[in-house]
Design a protein around this ligand. Structure first.
Ligand SMILES: Nc1ncnc2c1ncn2[C@@H]1O[C@H](COP(=O)(O)OP(=O)(O)OP(=O)(O)O)[C@@H](O)[C@H]1O
Length: 265
């Protein structure tokens, strides 16, 4: 089952995963780090108002796909279009927000919660990077939405796992991006934070955003996602969360030895 898409608008059994106007349009993308093949011939479209889960084992290429979508990695083959434009263009215009894995953040850095959320406004600030009333109001609003108003002056290293995730979700909300990419937003997160993050992401999707979530949390996925992608360097399956989570489908990505191809893809 290579690059197979299961489920489309004409397939009521598996649900509608098409026809929502592409925000993300990835075609035939291949990424290598020297001799390591990270992505092979990946094609994927995601429409506005959709929440799409990205599932795959460690090393399957999820973060690489996000970095490619952010325009931080240039693929050796294939194209990435976000809102019909080059991904670096979308990033510069603040259209794309990225919530990183917690491990990739230096939590000892002397930043307060408010400072991190304000970073979401940098794209809209003046050349002097002076925050205006509208920026401060956007930050206040985002902090309130993630229930962190009372911790706004706290150093980020003093937060719990769930609070840390909520800070970065608040940064994405303050940015007012139309495409949200979240890398493991539920790992190491308490139930209350999971609920807060899910509600916020659903409301962003209802407002027209496209949301992509790399996650290992199979319980939360059907609650939040409209569609899901099974990734193992290539797209094995793109369908409803329920279909992707069937054991026989998960086995394709989590026991890939039997499906591995001779070219390493
Ligand atoms: N900077 C890099 N240099 C060399 N190889 C890399 C680099 N970044 C990632 N890789 C390799 O590329 C492959 C895909 O990695 P990637 O981090 O995209 O996967 P992932 O699905 O996000 O994994 P995880 O769930 O562990 O974050 C892996 O084999 C990884 O070791």
């Amino acid at each position: 089952m290579t690059g197979t898409t299961i489920g489309n608008a004409s397939d009521p059994a598996t649900g509608d995963v098409a026809d929502h106007g592409p925000v993300v349009d990835i075609a035939g993308v291949t990424v290598r780090y020297d001799d390591v093949l990270a992505l092979h011939d990946v094609s994927l479209t995601v429409g506005s108002s959709r929440v799409c889960g990205l599932i795959g084992m460690n090393g399957s290429g999820k973060s690489t796909l996000f970095k490619t979508m952010m325009g931080l990695i240039r693929p050796q083959a294939g194209t990435v279009r976000l809102f019909g434009s080059d991904p670096a263009h979308g990033r510069r215009r603040g259209e794309v927000a990225y919530v990183p894995q917690a491990e990739n953040v230096d939590w000892s850095f002397p930043l307060r919660v408010r400072d991190v959320v304000m970073m979401g406004r940098y794209g809209t600030m003046s050349m002097l990077r002076r925050s205006r009333g509208v920026d401060r109001a956007a930050v206040d609003d985002a902090l309130e939405q993630v229930d962190l108003t009372g911790l706004a002056s706290r150093q980020i290293g003093e937060l719990s796992g769930g609070q840390r995730k909520r800070v970065f979700v608040a940064r994405a909300i303050a940015q007012d991006a139309r495409l949200l990419l979240l890398d493991e937003p539920f790992s190491g997160v308490d139930a209350r934070s999971v609920e807060t993050i899910c509600q916020l992401l659903r409301s962003r999707a209802a407002a027209g955003c496209a949301v992509l979530i790399a996650t290992h949390d199979f319980d939360v996925l059907p609650e939040i996602a409209d569609e899901a992608v099974l990734l193992h360097k290539r797209v094995l399956l793109h369908s409803t969360p329920q279909t992707v989570l069937r054991p026989e489908n998960l086995a394709l990505a989590f026991m890939p030895a039997e499906t591995e191809r001779s070219d390493g893809a």
